[in-house]
Design a protein around this ligand. Structure first.
Ligand code: 4AD
Ligand code: MG
Length: 436
């Protein structure tokens, strides 16, 4: 059996009032007067009110309606009727109710629960309207990402998850025992493989889970997160910024087109702020960023990293994402190309989301010269033997190229207006959380 009927079909007007329908789902909420019961049936696509009149249904159905506990699975047949008071516009006048399975004592009640408790109940918490809205927006964001690149001639290339070496610094590597070869590391970024792919197909994107053994318990850090990483041959830093800007505008546009109402009503997101995400985004150098932050009285000097606090200060002064480029080379990974006009800085860019959300994209132009790149690997004390293949890309037809990585969870957090990334992914992995 495949469930062919859904509440979303009813919402879309696929059925006429008077039609007899059978719906299956879960009992979201219920109230009863002893003669009339109102069951909110949730089927995943939406929620419909089922009105049960004691004198009009078989005794067993009335008993089922009276006894079905919160979140039990139920099947209801009934006659579709217009109901202009409900958001859906319809209700079901029940004829039969069947309790499929259920037990009293559903742990999540309609009251305030602590976040720790909800996290522990994540497998059930996902059923709440707010979490469902987030899952749906996340889905749309991922679909928008894939469509964006697919429609522009990019090829999706899957990078390995087990890797022999670091891409983003050795301090956040997860180690895994690996047979006779000793150890492997969970990937921090698919970029290096994306670069190889770009030399094969011109425009590539890697999209998958990435891992960082981050010892930070901030609202922006997960140990496992999803990243999309486009990489383009013959693209420079300016092209990279053009791409990032266009890409973000399209994602926000798609989410607004599909979820404006859900964002406003369920997530209480200020959608007007999202509508300001229009080209062009301001582009400032790291040096200008440091000056801007220093002017607010916050202690910072050239060469300091822009941490969460600094990013928050900076992005609050713009109403749309801001692109900060040309960070000090010493702060950046080994693969960045230095600015030929000022080798103190690297041709990298971070895109910071507005309203205090901070970095959602990191990327830049890659070093394409063999000897310079090799020296960079050595300077960072990385094992040269693990990068032989990567250096080959600079031996056989090396070209200027660039790309970036967008963190899916930070993007979901910003677009949904959430306080913490833990609600942006179905089952978050953090330093202190591995369950459920
Ligand atoms: O800035 P990052 O470290 O850049 C890279 O990994 C590059 N290799 C990407 C590339 O050029 N292909 O990470 C990119 C993005 C960040 O901007 C952020 O959105 C996200 O990945 N990110 C995290 N998200 C959640 N938790 C973490 N611990 C994250 N670390 C990075
Ligand atoms: Mg970064």
């Amino acid at each position: 059996m495949y469930p062919t009927l859904s509440v979303s079909d009813i919402a879309a007007g696929k059925y006429e009032p008077g039609a007899e329908l059978r719906l299956t789902g879960w009992l979201y909420q219920k109230r009863s007067s002893g003669k009339l019961a109102f069951l909110q049936l949730r089927d995943g696509s939406g929620t419909i009110q089922c009105v049960v009149s004691k004198k009009e249904v078989p005794e067993a159905s009335w008993a089922a309606a009276e006894n079905a506990p919160q979140e039990s699975s139920i099947a209801v047949t009934g006659i579709l009727a217009k109901d202009n008071r409900s958001q859906l516009g319809y209700e079901l006048q029940a004829r039969t109710i069947e309790l499929i399975q259920g037990e009293a004592g559903y742990p999540i009640q309609p009251k305030e629960h602590g976040v720790g408790f909800l996290q522990e109940q994540r497998h059930l918490w996902l059923r709440s309207s707010r979490q469902r809205a987030i899952l749906n927006v996340r889905h749309t964001i991922i679909k928008a990402i894939r469509d964006y690149f697919d429609e522009r001639g990019f090829t999706l290339v899957d990078a390995p998850i087990l890797t022999p070496a670091a891409c983003e610094g050795t301090s956040t590597l997860f180690e895994v025992p690996y047979f006779d070869l000793g150890k492997a590391f969970l990937t921090q970024s698919g970029q290096l493989y994306g670069e190889a792919a770009a030399m094969a197909v011109g425009k590539a994107y890697v999209f998958g889970p990435t891992f960082r053994a981050e010892k930070s318990k901030t609202r922006r850090h997960l140990t496992e997160f999803w990243m999309v990483e486009p990489e383009v041959a013959f693209m420079d830093l300016d092209g990279d910024m053009d791409l990032a800007e266009d890409f973000l505008c399209e994602i926000v546009k798609r989410v607004l087109a599909k979820h404006e109402n859900e964002l406003k009503t369920v997530l209480e997101r200020d959608v007007e702020a999202l509508k300001k995400v229009q080209k062009p985004f301001p582009r400032i150098t790291y040096t200008e960023a440091v000056e801007t932050i220093a002017k607010t009285g916050h202690p910072i000097k050239w060469g300091d990293d822009l941490g969460g606090d600094e990013e928050t200060i900076l992005c609050k002064s713009f109403d749309r994402p801001v692109m900060v480029h040309r960070y000090p080379s010493d702060m950046k990974a080994f693969y960045f190309k230095k600015d030929p006009n000022d080798p103190k800085v690297a041709l990298g860019v971070d895109v910071l989301a507005p309203e205090g959300y901070g970095e959602i994209i990191g990327g830049g132009q890659r070093e394409e010269d063999y000897a310079t790149l090799k020296a960079g690997i050595e300077k960072h004390n990385l094992p040269l033997e693990a990068f032989g293949w990567y250096l080959d890309l600079r031996k056989y037809g090396s070209v200027p190229h660039a790309g970036f990585g967008l963190g899916v969870e930070r993007t979901v957090s910003w677009i949904c207006g959430l306080h913490h990334v833990r609600e942006t992914i179905p089952f978050p992995r953090m330093m202190e959380r591995l369950t459920p």
